[in-house]
Design a protein around this ligand. Structure first.
Ligand code: SF4
Length: 286
């Protein structure tokens, strides 16, 4: 697991406080020391398991949490009822649509998936497909030969390990070929209604510009965003950040002059990169 930058704990800078502490310790009554030792023995410290350290809140300050809530309200007003832009009707369809969405637009994936799932409705059908026929269907999403191999391998793994069903846990999902954190969390949050944050390039960029965390990697951003919101809001916050990144807070030229977050965002204007003129900014909106 990549290490995260955290504020270092305060360390003693001079010998004086240490001396004082030693002197105090020496002067403490024996009874108190015995009671302390007994208490320590009675409450053994549990070692945290590796699984438990995922999504540990970073302990954001109150103002940061309040600002995050204001931003959530503003984004909800801007994008009411946010939904994933990939079309799907089942966990299986979302899993394959997410895999096909690599290096292409959701709209292109939405063009091919109805044809793909009409011809191969189950994982077993996908695994047993004629590669040449599948390649023809997948042509519009690019890298169609490679993506055909990926789809068939993933489908085979689902058949072999999960009777053709999509598993509903993070651990099982990321064990599947070509399924990483982003896809696993996307499927959990949107197909299984499990609180999860799927960090794509938009979430990473917008969260960083809002100064929600120092990290610029998937796992760090996931933890930073999770720490600011209630679990029940994670999926909608996730969708709102994706939409905001796509529509307004663009990578090259964010439309700051037409952004509802302009007063809250520490990156407004983005050192000349963000368009502050309202009219020009409105023209950048998608
Ligand atoms: S003010 Fe600019 S940088 Fe900040 S969120 Fe809005 S578009 Fe992005």
């Amino acid at each position: 697991m990549p290490s995260r930058n955290t504020t270092p704990a305060a360390e003693p800078t001079t010998a004086a406080p240490v001396k004082k502490a030693v002197a105090k310790k020496a002067a403490a009554p024996k009874k108190a020391t015995a009671a302390k030792a007994a208490a320590k023995k009675a409450t053994p410290v549990k070692k945290p398991s590796k699984a438990a350290v995922v999504h540990v809140p970073a302990g954001p300050d109150l103002e940061k949490t309040r600002q995050a809530r204001r931003i959530l309200r503003l984004l909800t007003a801007r994008y009411p009822d946010p939904v994933l832009e990939l079309d799907f009707a089942s966990p299986l369809q979302l899993l394959f649509a997410a895999v096909l969405a690599a290096q292409t637009l959701d709209e292109r994936v939405n063009l091919v998936t109805p044809v793909l799932f009409a011809k191969y409705p189950t994982a077993a059908d996908l695994a047993a497909a004629d590669p040449a026929e599948m390649e023809e269907i997948l042509q519009p999403v690019g890298y169609y030969r490679k993506k055909t191999q990926i789809v068939m391998k993933l489908a085979s793994a689902l058949v072999e390990r999960h009777d053709g069903e999509v598993p509903g846990t993070f651990e099982e999902l990321v064990e599947l070929p070509w399924v990483g954190r982003k896809t696993a969390n996307m499927v959990l949050g949107n197909a299984f209604s499990v609180p999860a944050i799927s960090v794509d390039t938009h979430v990473e960029r917008v969260a960083h510009r809002l100064a929600w965390g120092p990290e610029r990697d998937v796992e760090g951003t996931e933890t930073d965003v999770a720490a600011l919101f209630d679990k029940k809001d994670w999926v909608s916050v996730n969708l709102l950040l994706i939409l905001h990144g796509r529509r307004t807070c663009h990578s090259r030229r964010p439309a700051c002059g037409a952004c509802p977050l302009a007063e809250e965002c520490p990156s407004t204007g983005l050192a000349g990169k963000g368009e502050l003129d309202p009219e020009k900014a409105r023209a950048l909106l998608k």
